[in-house]
Design a protein around this ligand. Structure first.
Ligand code: HGA
Length: 610
């Protein structure tokens, strides 16, 4: 998620905060703000839009003081607006907080705080934190923060100031990144190293459950239980560009590695505490309306369309409602049969995709209810849809989508389970089993990523070819299509994705000696059929890599040249794992060909033209 910066020292903090936030601008954000101790007390300025807007406000009305916190926001809860921007304060304006992350139980906390007489001025989850800290304060800000975080579930990196103790800046981290910069006569906090790199190269990297108390001359480290800890200083020798990518060579690789967090964040707050049911508070459809859905149309473009193909299998499988999928640029021109009992699901990372937006409007014109799955709160698609599931992938910078796609898969699974719960098509034990398997996915993705060197070898060999095929059946075919698109987008190698059984109806003629074929085989009930198709391509000289679910390696291993095994999961969830090796193969193939991985030719991140 986006940017935090904090300063305590002897210089004008406003300048340092703004400079630090500028260094985090590359990640994308929708609003910004700072809080500084001035002669008048703790003062806050914030503004929707670019940092330049905030700078404009500060120009006429600067904040003078040498202690402050700043934030660039990427909205997760509540639309981008001045009021929703950080820092947030309590009702007395004595406490100020910047936050990266998501507070899962914020609605419960908000209710409790309102009952205690606190009133809220924003729609964010973050605001509960400033009120909680104010409630817990009895003279020591460190203890107040320690007590406050005990009430919170979710992910947070926090910078906290209180007017009562203007010589202390408190930082705490749980499941969102935070670093402490150690200077001479001044200290810093940053959600990431670029924010503070200009001022210091000595940093402490906080782990989950750790906090830091900064004064001008000292940094004290402890756990949220209050136990003092010591840590090695990490000396950063990266330049700014490397620091922006957290040491990765490209944003795409960084984002592939961020997928475990994106999975966790997208599930956060959407599973009941006992883990047995899906809670989608953002869905306004009543049970009766859900029971009235006769068909679903999933409409999207590019990678999001491929997520929709998986979504079709998920929804049909779990909720037994017929689903059609459409490419958005085709949808409204084919005179689709949209009736008031149609649920139209539009999927768009940016929420600004012109074709998808046009499809959404066409659906609404025809009286359908529209659910949007998007990564951007307050985007056009999010604003115009009836219901919205925000994927919590955080900003995606590489043009080729990775973590946004896989978060869309998580969103489809959550929604499919939710429908199944309401419709009673699956029992509680089944839902609980799937959720348990979903909770394991982040670690399983990590295990796949550890195999990157093997995939690099595969990619190096693929990069010498001009053509290849991806094959699969069922959801494996959907994943094959995404793998093929990813490869084309960034390596510029021509590839085709085929439903495995369809090759023999035409294109088999293109299989020549040595041509690489990547076969995705994760569905136990279908693998024998795909094996026959593998025999067909092998008989014509193809070199086959099988991407298989653990447990299938023996059966499949005999028929392919190479195997890549993904950890065992439910068949339903296998796309969330089987696509990861395909992303890495595309990345390394692009690299081997010397392409600009993050900015491939002829492709824009958000396609806002028809
Ligand atoms: N959930 C909070 C913070 C989001 C964030 O990390 N932004 O950078 C919000 O929506 O304001």
């Amino acid at each position: 998620m986006c940017g935090i910066v904090g300063y305590i020292g002897n210089r004008e903090s406003q300048d340092i905060l703004i400079e630090g936030l500028k260094k985090l601008e590359y990640r994308g954000y929708d609003s910004a703000g700072i809080a500084v101790f001035t002669q008048e007390g703790l003062e806050v300025r914030k503004s929707i839009g670019r940092l330049a807007n905030l700078e404009g406000k500060l120009e006429g009305d600067p904040l003078h003081g040498s202690v402050g916190i700043g934030h660039t926001r990427w909205a997760t809860h509540g639309k981008p607006s001045d009021a929703n921007s950080h820092p947030h304060t309590d009702n007395s304006h004595k406490f100020s907080v910047v936050h990266n992350g998501i507070i899962e139980n914020y609605l419960e906390l908000k209710e409790e705080l309102i009952a205690k007489g606190r009133h809220f001025v924003s729609e964010t989850d973050t605001e509960v934190i400033s009120h909680l800290i104010a409630e817990e304060y009895d003279g020591d800000i460190v203890q107040a923060v320690q007590r406050a975080v005990k009430h919170m579930r979710g992910a947070y990196a926090l910078g906290v100031l209180t007017e009562y103790e203007p010589d202390r800046l408190v930082a705490v981290r749980f499941a969102s990144p935070l670093v402490i910069g150690v200077g001479k006569g001044e200290n810093f906090i940053g959600s990431d190293i670029p924010a503070i790199l200009e001022y210091t190269r000595d940093v402490y990297i906080l782990n989950d459950g750790e906090m830091a108390v900064l004064t001008t001359n000292a940094v004290e480290l402890m756990t949220i239980e209050g136990e003092v800890i010591s840590k090695e200083i990490f000396h950063v020798d990266w330049d700014l560009v490397t620091a922006e990518k957290a040491g990765f060579d490209h944003f795409m690789l960084k984002e592939i590695y961020e997928q475990p967090k994106a999975y966790r964040d997208t599930m956060m707050g959407r599973v009941s505490e006992d883990g047995r049911s899906v809670v989608l508070k953002e869905i306004g459809m009543t049970a009766e309306q859900i029971r009235g859905i006769r068909k679903v149309h999933i409409v999207a473009c590019g990678t999001a369309f491929h997520a929709g193909l998986v979504g079709k299998t998920v929804i049909e499988g779990l909720a037994r409602i017929p689903v059609e999928t459409d490419v958005a640029s085709e949808y409204r021109y084919r005179s689709p049969i949209i009736t008031p009992d149609t649920l139209v699901i539009v999927v768009s990372q940016s929420g600004e995709t012109a074709d998808t937006l046009a499809a959404l409007r066409e659906a609404k014109r025809n009286g359908a209810r529209v659910l949007a799955i998007t990564n951007v709160v307050g985007s056009s698609v999010a604003r115009e849809a009836d219901d919205v599931i925000i994927t919590q992938a955080g900003p995606e910078i590489a043009v080729a989508s990775t973590k946004a796609y896989t978060s869309q898969l998580i969103a489809f699974n959550l929604f499919g389970l939710y429908l199944a719960q309401v419709l009673g098509t699956r029992d509680e034990a089944f839902v609980a089993e799937v959720l348990e398997a979903m909770h394991k996915l982040p670690e399983q993705v990590e295990a796949i990523i550890e195999q990157a060197p093997v995939l690099k070898q595969v990619a190096d060999s693929i990069s010498t070819h001009n053509n290849l095929f991806f094959i699969g059946r069922g959801v494996d075919f959907a994943v094959a299509q995404e793998g093929s698109l990813k490869l084309k987008e960034i390596s510029y190698i021509h590839s085709e994705a085929y439903a495995a059984g369809e090759l023999k109806h035409g294109t088999l003629a293109l299989i020549e000696d040595g041509i690489p074929v990547i076969a995705v085989i994760t569905q136990k009930d279908l693998y024998e059929k795909t094996l026959s198709n593998i025999k067909e391509v092998k008989a014509r000289g193809a070199h086959v890599l099988g991407v298989v679910n653990a447990g299938m390696e023996e059966e499949v291993g005999k028929s392919v040249d190479e195997l890549f095994v993904i950890p065992k999961t439910l068949q339903l969830l296998s796309p969330t794992l089987s696509v990861i090796p395909l992303q890495l193969i595309s990345y390394y193939a692009s690299l081997a060909r010397g392409n600009d991985v993050d900015k491939p030719r002829n492709l824009a991140k958000s396609v806002t033209v028809e």
